[in-house]
Design a protein around this ligand. Structure first.
Ligand code: BES
Ligand code: MN
Ligand code: ZN
Length: 492
């Protein structure tokens, strides 16, 4: 799909479909929208009056465009006004998704509110996201040629320049790459296979290092290895360094660390069967950092970036880790494993510590870490914790700029005492109260450098189709991590 900056006005743009966001307050058409409606001969007004587009119920309506040059008008709802890149991305994604399987090849998107360059770029990424079809991954036989049709060209009315949209295309490809990795089934994408995927980034100029079990054992990564010991597929630790990593100043190196649990059965503390298939998405953090590294390598290879992905499968079995086991993490602290289902934090602590030993001065980890994050935040919002909070503000700014919704949570280290163990330095899982915060407090014990932890347990994937995206992985975090790395490189 191509993205174009479009200088024409909504009434004069030549296209198959003109997409127009409609808000609650548009029950009385005014301003630019009233002008467009008049130019069409009143089709928008009529659609709303006839109840074809009920702002409270419908997300989209496809109507004849009347006397303007476009063939059809797509009215798009589902967002509130004044939300910048987030709004733009969502509208664009809803529009291209609505046109899947139709004959529309060209879409012109009128955002109505004047967006800045970030807003148009986010719209571009959203437009490409909306064409994503999960059924392509394994070539679903019952999909017809007609179902496979999608918009080929999206014109963004009022976009300031083409270069910004070309950049957005590259980011969107990265989001799609991460999304597809996260959607792959666990029998198809296990740790060694993810390592092969990572090796592919050598053709983007990255250096790729893969640690196997023996190497990790020699380094003392027993927290990570303990999680993986019950599975037939062996763990791997993936490290992807951009060319800029080696050249960077020692105090300016960014490591992004992604949780890569290819399947989370819970292990001996096994999960209930209901919805367990969703746990193939427990590698979404790893998918995000690998996709972000590939994208940054293409946009700014001099960025001082390393992506680290600890990859395991969390399975029960005769050799699996037991509740009560005590493991010594790479940083020397001992962990009592109360619950083998709190495995994400166990692999992250060794990966984060290892990243520090490799020279990382700033860290961001991203993980589908806790059900509590999904309960509290749902699928729209990613929760993060920061130490110091200034570093969190940089992550927040990157998220805001690309239209991802991040929200800070308090890193209340006062809760640390509730993680005390009778046998070890710390337990991996305490009581339910405050468990989202306590998961971050657990990680904090193993990190010394400026660090942000992002919990995407709720936001990594949808559990059902929505107007804006299909069921499955969303590529959450990719655009934010790319933006963060680019901004970070500029400050260097
Ligand atoms: N991968 C899960 C978290 C998760 C749950 C992600 C639902 C997406 C949707 C994680 O490894 C986990 O099992 N967490 C436990 C921790 C508990 C045992 C302390 C949880 O949140 O229940
Ligand atoms: Mn788990
Ligand atoms: Zn997990």
């Amino acid at each position: 799909m191509r993205l174009r900056a479009e200088p024409s006005s909504p009434a004069s743009v030549e296209t198959d479909v003109l997409a127009v966001p409609i808000y609650r307050e548009d029950r009385e058409l005014s301003g630019d929208l009233a002008e467009l409606d008049a130019a069409t001969g009143g089709v928008i007004r009529a659609a709303i009056d006839w109840g074809q587009f009920n702002i409270l119920e419908h997300y989209t309506a496809l109507i004849d465009a009347g006397s303007i040059r476009a063939e059809l008008i797509l009215l798009v709802n589902g967002v509130r006004r004044g939300r910048g890149p987030w709004r733009a991305r969502r509208i664009a994604s809803t529009a291209t998704r609505r046109l899947q399987g139709t004959g529309a090849r060209r879409l012109a998107l009128w955002l109505r509110d004047g967006e800045d360059a970030d807003g148009y770029a986010a719209a571009g990424v959203g437009a490409m996201q909306g064409t994503y079809r999960p059924t392509e991954l394994y070539g679903r036989v019952r999909d017809t040629e007609a179902m496979r049709r999608s918009v080929e060209e999206v014109s963004l009315i009022g976009a300031p320049d083409q270069a910004g949209l070309d950049h957005a295309s590259t980011v969107a490809e990265g989001v799609e790459f991460g999304r597809t990795l996260a959607n792959r089934a666990s029998n198809d994408l296990y740790p060694e296979r993810m390592a092969e995927v990572a090796r592919g980034l050598e053709s983007d100029g990255c250096s790729v290092e893969i640690l196997g079990v023996d190497e990790m054992r020699a380094l003392g990564m027993n927290a990570l290895l303990g999680v993986g010991q019950g599975a037939a597929h062996e763990p791997r630790l993936i490290a992807i360094r951009l060319p800029g990593w080696e050249r960077a100043a020692a105090d300016r190196r960014l490591a992004i660390v992604g949780k890569g649990v290819c399947f989370d059965s819970g292990g001996i503390s096994i999960k209930p069967a209901d919805k367990m298939e969703e746990m193939k998405h427990d590698k979404s953090g790893a998918a995000a950092v690998i996709a972000a590294a590939r994208t940054v390598a293409r946009l700014a290879p001099d960025a001082p970036l390393m992506a680290v992905a600890p990859m395991v499968e969390n399975m029960p079995g005769g050799n699996a880790q037991r509740p009560g086991d005590v493991v010594k993490a790479m940083n020397g602290k001992t962990v009592e494993v109360i619950n083998t289902d709190a495995e994400g934090r166990l692999i992250l602590i060794d990966a984060l510590h290892w990243a520090e030993t490799q020279g990382a001065s700033h860290l961001v980890d991203i993980a589908t870490l806790t059900g509590a994050a999904a309960v509290a935040f749902g699928d729209l919002i990613s929760a993060y914790f920061a130490r110091p909070r200034d570093w969190g503000a940089e992550v927040q700014a990157a998220a805001d700029a690309t239209g991802e919704w991040f929200w800070e949570m308090p890193l209340a280290t006062e809760y640390r005492a509730s993680l005390d163990s009778a046998y070890a330095d710390i337990i991996n899982s305490g009581t339910r109260d405050g468990s989202l915060i306590k998961s971050a407090v657990f990680l904090a014990d193993f990190v010394t450098k400026p660090w942000v932890h992002v919990d995407i347990a709720g936001s990594a994937y949808l559990t059902a189709d929505k107007a804006v995206n299909p069921k499955g992985a969303l590529g959450t975090g990719v655009s934010t991590l790319v933006r963060l790395a680019l901004d970070y490189a500029k400050q260097g």
